[in-house]
Design a protein around this ligand. Structure first.
Ligand SMILES: C[S@@+](CC[C@H](N)C(=O)[O-])C[C@H]1O[C@@H](n2cnc3c(N)ncnc32)[C@H](O)[C@@H]1O
Length: 282
């Protein structure tokens, strides 16, 4: 049996996502796929990760002859290739930086993007106009976005857990926003934008056909489980704020803060997640 990688290696490779995504992102999958109308032939999944949405979509929609995944992380693409091999020529995985997407020679009946848009801040317009250009005339763009409450520093969601974890390492909470700025880490609470901001941005490129919202509630049965979730989801985005020798302590502290919240609140985090159903602009 291969030993599990240590948490720093895991974070660097964004590894362990199949297991970690059960805590949050997995719940978006059928929610999104249930809203695909008719029998699509072509689907693009943007930020396709380890290929789970494409895998389920290919099983659910035999009409799909071209399912294209666009993803930046080579580790994730390699895992997706393995997962999707059984679908043969119906699948195409394209290494892509979604902040600089290249044109494709065909259009999609459906474009999906789940739990990705905040990583493209502040240049989301680039991918939005790309999608608008690549959507078939009666196509649908299904997008999920998370909206944690944010404070006066633009911190929200995972930023709060990280701030508390840095406190465990001896940093005063008031110094953390400055540390983020100095390290070039934009708080996730800022990246996610408000639903109003995002609504305006989307309306420049699409007609908003419908919006659904639910609460994404994260629970975990141990500190280790949450550390694993954090490393698989956020990679070393926050970890790099800490000098390498202290990173194992940092990841451990993230798990401990989460476990305490779990005990006190019955969950670790809870935030609205939106599913936007977008059609080409009139
Ligand atoms: C939270 S995961 C979501 C994965 C999958 N869509 C899901 O819902 O489970 C975010 C994904 O976006 C990818 N990503 C982030 N920034 C990206 C970029 N600039 N270009 C392409 N992919 C990116 C990450 O590598 C990761 O696989």
């Amino acid at each position: 049996m291969t030993a599990a990688p240590d948490v720093q290696t895991q974070a660097r490779r964004l590894a362990g996502y199949a297991d970690a995504s059960r805590l949050r992102q997995e719940h978006d999958r059928d929610w999104v796929l249930d809203r695909i109308p008719g029998a699509p032939a072509t689907l693009f999944d943007l930020g396709s990760g380890i290929g789970q949405l494409l895998d389920t979509a290919l099983d659910r929609f035999p009409s799909l002859t071209r399912a294209v995944g666009l993803e930046r992380s080579p580790h994730r693409i390699a895992e997706a290739e393995e997962r999707l091999a059984r679908h043969g020529a119906r699948v195409e995985l394209r290494p892509t930086d979604l902040t600089r997407p290249a044109p494709l020679p065909y259009r999609a009946d459906v474009v999906t993007m789940t739990s990705v848009l905040h990583w493209l801040y502040p240049v989301e317009e680039r991918i939005l106009s790309w999608v608008a250009e690549h959507l078939a005339p009666r196509g649908r763009f299904l997008l999920t976005t998370y909206h944690p409450d944010r404070d006066e520093h633009g911190f929200g969601g995972e930023d709060d857990i990280v701030r508390a974890a840095l406190g465990e390492l001896g940093l005063r909470p008031g110094t953390v926003p400055g540390l983020f700025r100095a390290g070039g880490v934009v708080p996730i609470g800022t990246r996610t934008r408000t639903t109003d901001d995002l609504g305006h941005l989307l309306a420049r490129h699409f007609t908003v056909a419908a919006v659904d919202e639910r609460d994404a509630v994260v629970t975990a049965d141990s500190a280790e489980r949450y550390t694993h979730f954090h490393a698989a989801t956020f990679g070393d985005y926050y970890g790099r704020l800490v000098e390498p020798a202290r990173r194992p302590d940092f990841y451990r502290a993230v798990g401990e803060v989460a476990a305490r919240r779990q005990e006190q609140r019955g969950h670790i985090s809870s935030m609205p997640v939106r599913l936007w159903q977008l059609a080409p602009a009139d």
